[in-house]
Design a protein. Sequence first.
Length: 616
Amino acid sequence: MSNNKEKLFTEFQAPTTQEWLDKIQVDLKGADFNKRLVWRTNEGFNVQPFYRREDVVKLKTPDALPGEFPFVRGNKKDSNVWYVRQNILAEDAAAANAKALDILNKGIDSLGFRIPGSKLSAEFIATLLKDIECEYIEVNFQTCAKHTLQLVELLKAYFEEKGYKKENLVGSVCFDPIEKMLMKGKDVTPLLDTAREVVEALKDYPQFRCISVNSESLNNSGAYIVQELAYALSWGNEYMQLLTEAGVDADLAAKKIKFNMGVSENYFMELAKFRAARLLWAQIVKQYEPKCDCAGQMIVNATTSRYNQTVFDSYVNLLRSQTEAMSATLAGIHSLVVTPFDVPYEQPTDFSERIARNQQLLLKEECHFGQVVDPGAGSYYIEHLTNSLAAEAWKIFLQVEEEGGFLAAVKEGKIQDIINETNKKRHADAAKRKEFILGTNQFPNFTEKSEGKQGLEGCKKCCSGEEPAFKSIEATRLAADFEELRIHTEKTKVPTAFMLTIGNLAMRQARAQFSCNFLACAGYKVMDNLGFKTVEEGVDAALEAGADIVVLCSSDDEYVEYAIPAYQYLNGRAMFVVAGAPACMDDLKAAGIENFIHVRCNVLETLKEYNAKLGI
């Protein structure tokens, strides 16, 4: 037997980057490489169609180790296990306790309780946590910011009464006055002075965090990934400055901050976001000169986004949240909440909550996502995204700091203006289908009815009824405009749109499919057809079917022949629409044809215009 050890593929010569580019240019047949294949992200950098080792050898991230500074590869060295969390609204302590005990037997190992401040008492906490072994799971609590210190003292008393070891308790209390300033516009700056007391009260609980950065609010308001990342870092740095200036030790301050971040649908970009977040946060904390590098570990609870969820075709929300959950868990987050698919239109049901739990359990138990540390490490693409996101986020972070810091920017309304403008732009992009919402502005379910479902948008007013002191962020789901239009159509009058298909087979079928998808976005009843020999035959069939809209579907060249005769024969008995933007459009407009639908249309505004013309 030969002892020679051959290396695989040594007989093949590795192609150079230029050889790859030359081959691609041949396949492009003269088309511009940058326009066709290079992706310009919302985050402000370009993504190439392929990457090679030479693109990442100069980066520092691939050289990092799991569990070691700067923690880009995660906080753990031996696993990627995360806490499976579910949040519970605890208005009734006994009911919340019963629900918690039930879901603890169904795979949950992290509980999040939201408690009204008016309910807080020793008896309430004892009832809420009855029979829950807090040393063996993660427990998280949130109440009104002005009651947070009271909540902390009640929890400490309960933990001591139960004899729990302080070092064994894992969890958090959410104290984040800045979020209320951002989302409600309320001036709660006096509450910031409480931060030091909250931290000092929990200083002997090493795994219990109490100062929160709730950047998931930005995610759910439409923020781009780089915006959430940069502002979360600046937000956290604001709390670090506040605490250390108040005399809190830098190590303690950093170890008491927890990040609650959102996860949007951009799979690889979100994966890279959490890696970049840990990298940058470790560097920020290091500037405060902590005694231990471990102080720079970023603890993140991730929550899948509500911003891209939809009322119509709501089971698609499961696909959205599943890919989001994959991004977050592969990125090495501390805990995860999967938002139930029915949140946009109702209080989550037992069924939707069970599915949300199982989405995580599938990843953890069946896909073994918890067993491999930083599986994205070494991927040329992911390393590039991590580095590029970090670079762009750092620019925004530095700009905020140079202008006085995050709190000052919030008071001046700068952050609110930027996020609101981003949200406005994303809604405009969705209206033009530059941003797809599957099942809403693209490929809607033609036969689906709302069945009483109505979008539930979050409260935008200050709970106290006071006049806001600052600007606030207007959080509106991306699909809300289309849903409002479709539900209005359904409740008022559902018009019938008839596809008059004629001429070139391929073009008429393609344009009929496009038109059906276009018009069904407003809830119109669409009727496709195999084709007609003459426009007169098609118009007669449309009128017999009770059509309110007749859509002529053919090729651009054939519209010269078919469009005007069809329009004249219809003679105002229904709305006439031409599918496409043919070269002869001006001639058709001169003949009286007003309506054209094509890829450059603003879908939402066009459908609103059609509703107005139809008296809907």
